[in-house]
Design a protein around this ligand. Structure first.
Ligand SMILES: [Mg+2]
Length: 404
């Protein structure tokens, strides 16, 4: 089954998303996506990656991945090229599933669970704008209302980042005692409103030095939070390890580690108790499973980072069904209850706070045809009519030769 065209789709209404469709000579179309800084990913997809994969067999996912990765690793190891490759790889798995009429989780080796635990990342959007405002505004004093609202949906774990604003004054070099108190407002409000029925994750977005995050962690200790995520830049794993050994709060890192090789160092050093990775930018679905298996061997659980669109969400749920050492799949109520159903036929139905795994071939989630007719769509296609199918054999590393 030859790849005949690589297509990217961007809508002005959803500027963070880049949806990628891979077309084949058998008429099967696979869908993938990546997220954020999409102009770079789009350039890498059409300019660098499409010429490498057009005409190749769409079912040879491992071979295609290796061929592209060997070509992009010089400059694209952890950037736009890898995001584009990840989106492409997700689409190839979708093709594989549609070809064999099997859901992705079967292709991965089947399920270890059929209901997926999730925590809600409290981003606001559309009719769910309050999911952000309630914990962020007014010193966090309404965060308890958000916790109650999430519990009413069966969601018993939530992630917020109440200390982030205070990092800007000093570039993360110093948080004052008064700022710590203000940041605690949201956490305190949640505990006062719902007690310990809600797990709380504290996201830190790499903003702090160790002095500051240790001060924050000491203040958080009485509140029994579930984790602190990405406290310090992921480029400094030794500092993060030092922090994690000085606080009883578990540490998660890091969504910014790309491929199995960056996770390897992290795991070997025992930097954090929990690791996190994202299939739409770490290399893809197979890469995520390899990372999960490596973490499992170290006895470390994994969070699947998931803040993109419905195709990333579906991929995460399939992977989560398969890997033994799942901690949580991240999800955003303000996304899956608003635009997911605009873009796709995904119909989220949380059952007792758990996601069922999509059924149907491949990702089990399909792009709505009307998304191709929208006025705000920017569409770019590489390949298509006139393509010389099979013009480049796998293993032909001509791109490498240009880099001497
Ligand atoms: Mg994060």
């Amino acid at each position: 089954m030859k790849i005949t065209a690589i297509e990217s789709l961007q809508w002005a209404e959803y500027p963070r998303l880049l949806v990628v469709r891979v077309h084949t000579d058998e008429g099967i179309i696979g869908v993938g996506e990546t997220v954020d800084k999409v102009h770079g990913s789009k350039g890498a997809l059409h300019g660098t990656i499409a010429p490498l994969v057009l005409g190749q067999d769409a079912l040879d996912i491992e071979g295609l991945w290796r061929f592209v990765f060997d070509n992009i690793m010089y400059h694209g190891y952890a950037g736009a090229e890898l995001r584009a490759l990840s989106a492409l790889e997700v689409a190839l798995w979708d093709i594989l599933g549609k070809h064999y009429n099997a859901p992705l989780y079967h292709l991965l080796g089947g399920r270890i669970r059929d209901a997926i635990p999730t925590y809600n990342t409290c981003i606001g959007a559309g009719s769910y704008s309050a999911d952000y405002a309630l914990w962020h505004d007014a010193g966090g004093k309404h965060a308890g209302e958000l916790a109650q609202s999430l519990l009413a949906n069966g969601i018993s774990a939530m992630k917020i980042w109440p200390f982030d604003p205070f990092s800007e004054r000093s570039w993360g070099q110093h948080i004052s005692l008064e700022e710590v108190e203000r940041g605690l407002g949201a956490v305190r409000s949640i505990r006062e409103a719902v007690g310990h029925r809600m797990e709380i994750g504290i996201e830190s977005h790499f903003r702090w030095n160790r002095f500051s995050i240790e001060r924050i962690a000491r203040a958080l200790e009485p509140y029994n939070v579930m984790f602190i995520e990405d406290p310090i830049a992921a480029t400094n794993p030794d500092e993060i390890k030092a922090f994690s050994q000085r606080t009883p709060i578990p540490v998660i890192g890091s969504e910014l580690l790309m491929t199995r090789w960056q996770l390897r160092e992290w795991l070997e050093k025992h930097v954090s108790q929990i690791v996190m990775t994202d299939p739409v930018w770490n290399g893809g679905i197979a890469e995520t499973c390899k990372i999960a298996a490596m973490a499992e061997a170290f006895g470390v659980p994994l969070v699947l980072h998931n803040v993109a669109g419905p195709f990333c969400h579906a991929a995460c749920l399939h992977i989560a069904a398969h890997i033994p050492n799942l901690f949580f799949v991240e999800s955003v109520r303000a996304f899956y209850r608003t635009y997911f159903s605009v873009l796709s036929d995904y119909g989220p139905a949380l059952e007792n706070g758990l996601f069922p795994v999509p059924q149907g071939p491949g990702l089990g989630v399909n792009l709505r045809p009307e998304m191709l007719e929208r006025a705000d769509l920017t569409r770019q296609v590489s390949g298509g009519a006139g393509l010389a199918v099979g013009r480049r054999a796998m293993g032909d590393h001509w791109e490498r030769e240009e880099i001497r």
